[in-house]
Design a binder for this molecule. Structure first.
Ligand SMILES: Cc1cc2nc3c(=O)[nH]c(=O)nc-3n(C[C@H](O)[C@H](O)[C@H](O)COP(=O)(O)OP(=O)(O)OC[C@H]3O[C@@H](n4cnc5c(N)ncnc54)[C@H](O)[C@@H]3O)c2cc1C
Length: 389
């Protein structure tokens, strides 16, 4: 029988916020505390539409106090700085100590610089609202400083780099030379073929210069140093946007748990850390097994959101002494934003591209927003904008 157990959730992103809401919804006798330093949730797949002004900040980055009002989750606006696994106590940046019966680590990932000189000081990431604001300032500057022709470099031709290149090309409409730099030999290595072909066409139509097999060696305020076919090259540029990788940096855990590639915490299929009874992990920070492949599950919002209900169930089951469930990921497909009003979708054998795909993508994402009230408001705002009589 569960009494007033305390579950602490670290991180209010896709995995953490969704889990906290699911837990509070399932059982009011468990106290749920969410520790998150930011004042908002961020729906990252729609960050491109926020950059272009197609969607508004209140839709894509709703305030946490609005999302949590009346939902039975206590929010501590703070950052967890250390976790003692033996005493089941954590400390926060403001010096608080918080004990827990169950802990969920859902603190996501950060930009991966690979130790390359200048990335942290001079490149702009594309993961947070602060990154978005820096990029918006750069875009404004580029729109007014068109002579001589400036160059913008985007490093990494995964989904974020490709989607951002298309959106920036539309926003800057020929005023800037945009180069997409990739060390591998092709764009979107993890994507479906239809989406990759659509993306290649979208980049070509927008005159984005794609440079594959090109390794960045250093980033400075006004140029990049590249290694191309064994030769060092200097590329002058007005700005560098870094989308090349992800690393996770959870607060230090004592004793340290086993970690996998990118520093992800190794989990069992039931989402508990290996060898742990009371600490779970989900989302980007978790290397959870994918039974169909040798690799851990991908670091995507899709995985993080699907983990939340299983995680909420397993936390309560572990408190009740009942068996835990394994998490199984259902791959729902992939949607890419490929410029203003353009997208490509591949889902369960179905493919679609163009303006209708763009509308469908936005609609699907808006109905996946956390919090029923926000979902409704965001979708209604979008409908009003797109289908005015
Ligand atoms: C531009 C962009 C586009 C994307 N598009 C897609 C897409 O189309 N589809 C898709 O499936 N995925 C997409 N992703 C990936 C997706 O955003 C991540 O996989 C997802 O955010 C992971 O969720 P999470 O809960 O693990 O982490 P996050 O959503 O990053 O949340 C982590 C939270 O933890 C907080 N935190 C960090 N450290 C601490 C700490 N010490 N104490 C307390 N809180 C802490 C952070 O402030 C943050 O709010 C995209 C990512 C980006 C950057």
């Amino acid at each position: 029988m569960v009494g007033q157990f305390r579950v602490v959730v670290v991180g209010g992103g896709f995995a953490g916020l969704t889990t906290a809401l699911a837990l509070a919804h399932k059982r009011s006798s468990v106290s749920v505390v969410l520790v998150e330093p930011r004042g908002h949730f961020l729906f990252t797949p729609l960050l491109y539409e926020l950059l272009s002004g197609e969607l508004q900040a209140w839709q894509v980055a709703p305030r946490l106090d609005h999302l949590l009002a009346g939902r039975g989750v206590a929010w501590l606006q703070d950052r967890v700085t250390s976790i003692n696994r033996q005493t089941r106590c954590l400390t926060t940046g403001s010096g608080r100590a918080l004990s827990f019966d169950r802990l969920v680590l859902a603190c996501g990932g950060v930009l991966q610089s690979f130790g390359i000189a200048g990335v942290t000081d001079h490149a702009i990431g594309f993961r947070t609202m602060a990154d978005l604001q820096r990029l918006q300032h750069l875009v404004q500057w580029l729109q007014t400083h068109t002579r001589p022709l400036q160059r913008l470099a985007i490093v990494g031709a995964g989904a974020s780099g490709v989607e951002l290149a298309c959106k920036l090309a539309d926003l800057l409409a020929g005023k800037v030379l945009i180069e997409l730099i990739e060390q591998g030999d092709r764009i979107l290595p993890a994507s479906r073929e239809f989406n990759r072909q659509q993306a290649l066409a979208a980049l070509q139509q927008r005159d984005v210069l794609l440079r594959c097999r090109c390794r960045v060696q250093g980033v400075a305020a006004d140029h990049l140093t590249l290694l191309v076919q064994g030769q060092t090259e200097t590329l002058p540029c007005a700005g560098v946007i870094w989308t090349a990788g992800l690393v996770v940096a959870p607060p230090p855990l004592l004793p340290s748990p086993p970690v996998g590639p990118q520093g992800r915490l190794i989990c069992q299929a039931d989402l508990r850390l290996v060898g742990e009874e009371g600490i779970f992990a989900a989302g980007d920070v978790a290397a959870a097994p994918d039974k169909r492949r040798q690799h851990p599950l991908p670091a995507t919002a899709q995985v993080a959101m699907q983990q939340a209900p299983v995680l909420a169930h397993n936390i309560l089951a572990s408190l009740d002494g009942e068996p835990l469930q394994d998490f199984h990921w259902h791959d729902l497909g992939e949607m890419l934003s490929l410029g203003r009003g353009h997208a490509a979708i591949t889902a369960k054998g179905f493919t679609m591209a163009g303006p209708t795909a763009a509308k469908l993508r936005e609609a699907v994402y808006l109905v996946r927003m956390p919090g029923a009230g926000h979902r409704l408001a965001a979708a209604a705002g979008w409908l009003g904008e797109h289908f005015r009589p």
